[in-house]
Design a protein around this ligand. Sequence first.
Ligand SMILES: C[S@@+](CC[C@H](N)C(=O)[O-])C[C@H]1O[C@@H](n2cnc3c(N)ncnc32)[C@H](O)[C@@H]1O
Length: 526
Amino acid sequence: MVEDREKARQELTEQLRSAKSQAVRNKLGQFATPASLASDIVRQALSLLGRGRSIRFLEPGFGTGSFYSALLRSASPSHIETAAGYEIDAHYFEQSARLWDGTGLRLHHADFTRVEPPQTEADRYNLVVCNPPYVRHHHLDSSQKQELQAIVSRRLHFQMNGLGGLYTYFMALSQTWMSKGGVGAWLVPSEFMDVNYGRKVKELLVSRVTLHRLHRFDPNEVQFEDALVSSVVVFFTNALPSDNHQVEFSFGGTLDEPRVSTLVGLNQVYKTPKWTHLPQSAVEHDRKDSTGTLADLFAIKRGLATGCNSFFVLSAEEVQRHSLPAQFLRPILPSPRDIAGDEILADKAGEPLIAKRRYLVHCDLCAERIRAEYESFWRYLEYGIERGIHKRYLCRHREPWYSQENRPPAPFLCTYMGRPTARSESPFRFILNHSQATAANVYLMLYPKPRLATLLQGNPEVSRVIWKALSSVTPESLVGHGRTYGGGLYKLEPKELANLPADVILDVLPKGTKMRSHRQLSLFGM
Ligand SMILES: C[S@@+](CC[C@H](N)C(=O)[O-])C[C@H]1O[C@@H](n2cnc3c(N)ncnc32)[C@H](O)[C@@H]1O
């Protein structure tokens, strides 16, 4: 009977999933927990609660009720005193209400963050299990964020970080729904363990509740088919921690059989800024987690600064109009907004196959030679002098003023400044460049260091793998390494990008590649 309902639930989940596009599901963070993982989480949570206790269960962000179904499979019905769920999406709500009809579930069609929690201890829940919607903060409008912060502040007297996704508010608010000693089990993205906005969540976890365990899945064993999110399961009870409390940090494998696991004193947890560095033994296993950075693999430089783009960066028509000789022109990429995709293909000559081609004026010859041998180019330089270009700060510090910094084409580029746009959630784009075009300072250029360069020469297909890996880095991780300015403008300096952990790349390199281990990285002087 319970198994039949679970089968029907899985069918319903699939039906609801395929009825919506990924973009629409992203908006409400609709990614179902795989059934076996839901069972593992519920079993662990039940053992923390203590077998045989009367259960008051709550699943906020209910979806089709992965955890409720797991509860019915794991606990005896006589122990379930009450069970409730909250779901904002009418679609899910109606179908789930029908599916679970007659099981005693009280399913509410409501926004969990807006509902007032129970006022009395007896009405609160002692088992809250949740895979909250993973909606990034820039999908929440600013009034929504302010309101969420105000709700948390009113109910918990706690100030959340505005860059946190919806799941951080779900986690914080759930405490007010829990009875004393109640157990919370949360499947959330592991991002909060390291990035800036996560500090507030960690503060709640170490100071307001007793944190029992964080199990982080290996990012290479992704838990969801369609959301490339590395996940962590967090278990806590709603009680203040004792002074000598220890938290279990485990990593890899499954909840029941983690690859590594260690107990860490709360003091140590407190002092560790990046929780993904715990457990220590896992870090020893995967030294790349904490030590190697992109700087080991790439020389990262800002693109060149011309001093006056309107003079030095020209369209094909302008080149033709001024009859400029090809030897003083180099292909250069236009502004990122004029590049449609994130991969730039090239023709046989190495010119980028893009609509808005641009050429950089560059010449090292002395003025006398140009005047004597290249009449049209000389006229163009004179035109620049008339406009005072040669006196501009950057030009005046170059010798000759019309020469350019040396920036060979780079195979990987990052647009390092911007706002999240409708087209992309991330303010940053990684571009795979097959062309011989150089780039201006609106890009960061990633030049593979010798050993990686050799690997790429022998295995050009690996470029694509690296590019995909770079593109999969979440904006939060990047912003955690970079800066955010007012109005949602993000900026990333070369050094900040260089500080990103190298495992982003090392993890995806073909098996058997020497560079996969950090120790080898340093051995080879990368
Ligand atoms: C990550 S899914 C989890 C679904 C299910 N609990 C599971 O584990 O498979 C999150 C669910 O929360 C719902 N949701 C999103 N925002 C919500 C809100 N503010 N209040 C209640 N539910 C919400 C989504 O529609 C989605 O069904």
